[in-house]
Design a protein around this ligand. Structure first.
Ligand SMILES: [Zn+2]
Length: 382
């Protein structure tokens, strides 16, 4: 293919690529080609979701035509990460030295090198007694305290990221005491400790500090209902908490705590809260009215079957199948062994009921399963 002087051409490469999300591929010129032949590459960006053929726009800035042959190295591809983190719309941009000044203006200002350092934010509080006030001037503490060190000031974004939790020593002691009975808690501690001693990376979202495990910055509470109830009370029952629903209670609790099966546990707790039940109106549709059975018109037309199970053994039987006629209230009591199957039930029904009264038009079955799960619908297999 011939790219005319001062012209351009779209060249197919017969290559298709798939690149990871959050990246894009940039088609860049080759320096040799650019220098020797004045060949540039334009508009070459391939998005992660494009899987078609990679095509390259070649620009010939030179004064003579350029011949492209199959197998020629014409461009290079660079995979780059896309950083869209923290982008937001603002009314004003921060003020810089250069501002809106155009080309050539950068040299007018002395060159500056900005060193960026990751500083652990320090939280400072002003104490009523002046002993702890390392960071504040105490000269006029009542009216006008000011920071002694400018550099400890942190942005609100950093404050929100900083770990503010401090657990009471009594709570930590309690956690330590009850943790001895929780095998899961101890196993988790052992795993984390082991990872630390081997210098390995901890499990995602887990931390281990001074004998306590933390999940997503929440203290891992052992399986102890007294302790859990205490924490749940604070986040649901107290005047400050105000009997929030399940989701909000879970959100508040997980700010500081974590335990195994927390969601389920809190849901149960909120559902069974006495005050909530008294004061909160139900949000579901009304339960319907009870539907009474129709009065049958003849004897043994409509029957009900029920089972009395887990009885002490008598003549090899541990269960009683009770078949009652809805019209006369006459009943048959039929003994069944523990491991009776649906087939056995059907057989005794045939022998004890059907033989005497014929097949009923209606049959109500108390849907109960014994430990073997044998009684589903015994007639299903008839
Ligand atoms: Zn409540």
């Amino acid at each position: 293919m011939l790219i005319p002087a001062q012209g351009q051409m779209l060249i197919g490469t017969r290559i298709a690529i798939g690149i990871p999300k959050g990246t894009y591929a940039r088609i860049a010129p080759r320096s040799g080609l650019a220098y020797k032949e004045s060949i540039g590459i334009s508009g070459g960006v391939i998005d992660a979701d494009y899987t078609g053929e990679v095509k390259v726009i070649m620009m010939n800035y030179g004064k003579k035509n350029y011949q492209v042959q199959e197998g020629d190295r014409i461009a290079q591809m660079i995979i780059e990460k896309i950083d869209t983190s923290g982008m937001m719309e603002v009314d004003n941009l921060r003020i810089t030295n250069r501002g809106h000044k155009g080309f050539g203006s950068t040299d007018l200002w002395p060159k500056q090198t900005i060193a960026v350092e990751q500083v652990q934010p320090i939280m400072c509080q002003l104490y009523a007694n002046s002993r702890e006030n390392r960071l504040f001037s105490e000269s006029d503490i009542r009216r006008n305290p000011w920071l002694l060190q400018e550099e400890v000031m942190v942005s609100s974004a950093m404050i929100s990221k900083a770990l503010l939790q401090e657990y009471k020593p009594e709570l930590l002691k309690e956690v330590q005491n009850v943790s001895r009975d929780d095998m899961d808690w101890l196993a988790r501690e052992a795993t984390l400790k082991d990872l630390i001693t081997r210098g390995k990376e901890l499990l995602t979202n887990w931390q281990y500090k001074n004998g306590f495990s933390y999940f997503k910055n929440g203290l891992y509470i052992p399986a102890n209902d007294v302790l859990k109830t205490k924490k749940a009370k604070g986040c649901h029952d107290s005047k400050v908490a105000g009997h929030f629903g399940m989701e909000k209670t879970i959100e508040t609790i997980t700010r500081d705590f974590y335990w195994k099966g927390l969601t389920e546990w809190i849901n149960d707790y909120v559902r069974s809260c006495d005050e909530c039940q008294h004061n909160k109106s139900p949000r579901h549709a009304r339960w319907g009215l009870l539907q009474p059975l129709e009065t049958p018109c003849a004897a043994w037309n409509s029957i009900s079957t029920d089972f009395i199970t887990q009885l002490p053994e008598s003549q090899g039987y541990t269960q009683i199948m009770v078949v009652v006629d809805q019209f006369t209230k006459m009943a048959h009591f039929i003994g069944l062994p523990t491991n009776a199957t649906a087939k056995d039930v059907a057989n005794v029904f045939l022998r004890e009921v059907w033989k005497l009264h014929g097949l009923p038009t209606e049959s109500y079955l108390s849907w109960m399963q014994n430990s073997q799960g044998n009684f589903g619908n015994p007639y299903a297999s008839c």
